[in-house]
Design a protein around this ligand. Sequence first.
Ligand SMILES: *[C@@H]1O[C@H](CO)[C@@H](O)[C@H](O)[C@H]1NC(C)=O
Ligand SMILES: *[C@@H]1O[C@H](CO)[C@@H](O)[C@H](O)[C@H]1NC(C)=O
Length: 382
Amino acid sequence: MMTNKVWTIGLAIFSTLALFGSKPIMGQRLPPPQVQDAQVPCFFIFGDSLVDNGNNNGMLTLARANYRPYGIDFPLGATGRFTNGQTYVDALARLLGFRNFIPPFARARAPREVLRGVNFASGAAGIREETGNNLGNHASMNQQLNNFGSVVQVMLRYFRGDTSLLNSYLGRCIFFSGMGSNDYLNNYFMSNFYTTGSDYTPEAFASLLLQDYANQLAKLHAMGARKVIVTSVGQIGCIPYQLARYTNNNNTKNSRCNEKINDAVSMFNSGLKRLVQRFNAGGTELPGAKFVYLDFYKSTSDLYLNSSQYGTKVVVGLGGTTGKSHACRRSSRARTAGSTCFGMHSIRRSLRMCCWRSRLFRTKPSLIPSIFNNWLWLEKDN
Ligand SMILES: *[C@@H]1O[C@H](CO)[C@@H](O)[C@H](O)[C@H]1NC(C)=O
Ligand SMILES: *[C@@H]1O[C@H](CO)[C@@H](O)[C@H](O)[C@H]1NC(C)=O
């Protein structure tokens, strides 16, 4: 039964390769071309809580999201995604034509489960190894790459040890890497746990991160990745936790955001953009590489500044400062308004969220994972 299934998928994959112009496999007659669902054969994801889809569920960590109110608008409920609905790689996978969600590495081991892609992302993860340790266990970028290495071995067995066939397959896949937020939030700007903030200037820290990240992306390329999307770090100086702390202080640009964080992150981002240009230069460094720089900083600032254009409103409510009763009253309407997906741990604030939070605040404040502070709360503006 099992073998039969593998075989069917095997045929589908082989016919995909045939469509892309590869030579027929083992001289066998290929089945008639099937309707192609996805535009690319597979989609692999590396990152942190913004795209994690359940890899931290079995780990001892505060960076975990497999309980309500996470997932209240997601068809499968609380899966470990750090949002009420889909993550943006879920949306991306759908746009690419995938019919099923890309499985988390924690659950995908067998060949038939990994051939269409795997999500290695892990909440609290960073480029640097120690990043996020304040929250507990997770899979750092280095670990995620090792995990991809083991998936490549599984795939290689599936392709009967034919590395050139495997590489031509992987070369058509999309790779997504979103890293760096935690290297700032759960490392550089967390001085009670890490010394990086005093050891390095923001410039020095950004170039240190970029050096490590360049090596990691080169490793990804060495393992077969060619088409890689890298995202810049979002405007994390404007997450609710920072907004609540910095509102009404005398910040630069008359902003409610923590511009010190935004400025540091911007240094990393402009370096990342140059790195992508270097990788795409077509030299001998990363032959055949096609990197795409996704400006997540710009999209998050757009979301923050222009939220009304998207029918949403950013609400800051650390400890319920914007009025619990307001959110509670509106909730039932928001609840039925359909699922939304944004980055930055966004959620439409709902009755449950609000009341659940305030109950926890009253009884056991220490139970509230610090990760909750990072949510960008969006309220549906009808
Ligand atoms: C902001 O500036 C005003 C005067 O310009 C000053 O009185 C106030 O203490 C400052 N607030 C903070 C938080 O620095
Ligand atoms: C906000 O919207 C305006 C008008 O659509 C646009 O020109 C501007 O670039 C947007 N702001 C950001 C930060 O994207």
